[in-house]
Design a protein around this ligand. Structure first.
Ligand code: G6P
Length: 411
């Protein structure tokens, strides 16, 4: 049961005043990782000392929620067989398949679309929640809209769904709370089963959403039992990372906290992981970051690369590996410092965050967890509280504005 809607001074649940400045809660000095004026080696030593006792970080919702993914990814697989049958019927019978979401859920939507076309060979179109009303796609009873939202209350999604429903579209929602506004507007709800998410930055809801999208894609393909076996054997290894990986993350977070900006790159589905990693870092550490296709580096971004620019490359040993290595080699030639996230090491990496080898469709789950940790530790390295990022709220649900917009759209 989700209980995270905010109450504003008018006492209207779910109404968040975006004009109000939200101040982050202070962080205890003891939780800051190193002091900005101390030498990098000393800061690393401090970080490693604190990190020996992971329980120390459990006071932060974001850290607990990252760790919980060991269980929540598996729990999200636990969908009712009747619901999977209904979801696959809606998808396979539809003339057009749309997927809509905002923020982190939007990245899950892009991954879901990738999985649907890659695994089950059904093409879908991702529509940004806030752009839905400006699109001119056909919406009718032969279409299905998959709405992804952790809270089920985000106004841009709720409005999109109301509009699609009014045109007769079938709605499948992926939400934590089945009784949310979105849940109530849906023909079918696939619950995320990841429990309440308190940190503003979404972590376990994202992995639950992509797990369910991957499950549906395999279900349509008839290969879901193998997927379930693979997830059960692979996931426990990644949340409790090996110590080499842990220290690579700490070292990278110390490098990051001295930077104004960085890049995350990947190809194929790893490009979407790059976007989500960049969003997570921005949200909690305020470091500007951009996630992009590694292949796009040479089409403009290379001009910004200079000595020491941090570039994270998500390049597991899937079919994107060779191309991505060649893309980042160009950037390294211009001075970029390359941090590789991969199950295999490569000489182009200056630092390697290792992930386990797995079947291809699991890499989006495996790669994002160390990158969520990277965002968390980068916030601490900047003495920022990762649980309460400035200017952000868990739910952007402006109920009065929603009503006004619906009237003006004739919904
Ligand atoms: C807000 C939050 C984001 C979240 C987005 C979508 O902007 O700050 O972290 O990803 O809403 O939320 P939803 O509940 O619809 O997934």
């Amino acid at each position: 049961m989700v209980n995270i809607l905010q109450e504003n001074t008018d006492g209207i649940r779910g109404h968040v005043n975006l004009n109000a400045k939200t101040s982050p809660q202070a962080i205890n000095e003891g939780d800051c990782i190193g002091h900005s004026n101390c030498h990098a080696e000393k800061r690393l030593e401090q970080l490693q000392n604190v990190a020996k006792n992971e329980a120390h970080f459990s006071k932060f919702n974001m850290f607990r929620e990252i760790q919980e993914q060991q269980e929540t990814i598996e729990l999200s697989l636990n969908q009712q067989p009747a619901d999977l049958i209904k979801a696959s019927e809606f998808i396979t019978n539809a003339d057009n398949i749309y997927i809509s979401a905002c923020g982190t859920s939007l990245n899950a939507a892009y991954l879901g679309s990738h999985m649907l076309s890659h695994i089950s060979k059904y093409d879908s179109k991702v529509m940004i929640g806030s752009e839905f009303k400006y699109s001119y796609e056909r919406l009718d009873p032969n279409c299905v809209l998959l709405a992804l939202s952790q809270s089920g209350e985000t106004s841009d999604i709720v409005n999109s769904v109301r509009h699609a429903r009014s045109e007769g579209c079938k709605i499948i929602s992926f939400v934590t709370n089945q009784n949310s506004t979105l849940g109530k507007l849906s023909d079918l709800v696939l619950p995320l089963r990841c429990g309440e998410e308190l940190a503003v930055a979404a972590t376990k809801s994202y992995t639950a959403q992509i797990t369910i999208m991957t499950l549906i894609s395999h279900y349509i393909n008839g290969t879901h039992q193998q997927l379930i076996r693979d997830i059960k054997t692979t996931i426990p290894n990644i949340v409790s990372l090996c110590s080499n990986t842990q220290s690579a993350i700490y070292e990278a977070s110390l490098l990051l906290c001295q930077q104004k900006a960085c890049y995350f790159v990947g190809r194929g589905c790893n490009r979407i992981t790059a976007s989500e990693a960049a969003l997570k870092l921005k949200e909690v550490s305020y470091i500007h970051s951009e996630g992009l296709s590694a292949g796009e580096l040479i089409h403009g971004t290379l001009a910004t690369i200079e000595e020491g620019t941090l570039l994270f490359s998500i390049c597991p040993s899937d079919d994107t590996f060779g191309d991505t290595i060649s893309d980042i080699s160009y950037a390294k030639g211009k001075g970029a410092y390359i941090i590789g996230i991969s199950d295999v090491e490569h000489q182009v990496f200056d630092k390697w965050i290792s992930i386990p080898k797995a079947s291809e469709c699991l890499y989006p789950l495996l790669s994002i967890i160390p990158l969520q940790k990277l965002a968390f530790f980068s916030a601490l390295a900047k003495c920022v509280n990762p649980d309460s990022p400035r200017n952000l709220t868990k739910i952007v649900s402006t109920s009065q504005e929603t009503t006004k917009r619906q009237h003006s759209n004739g919904i």
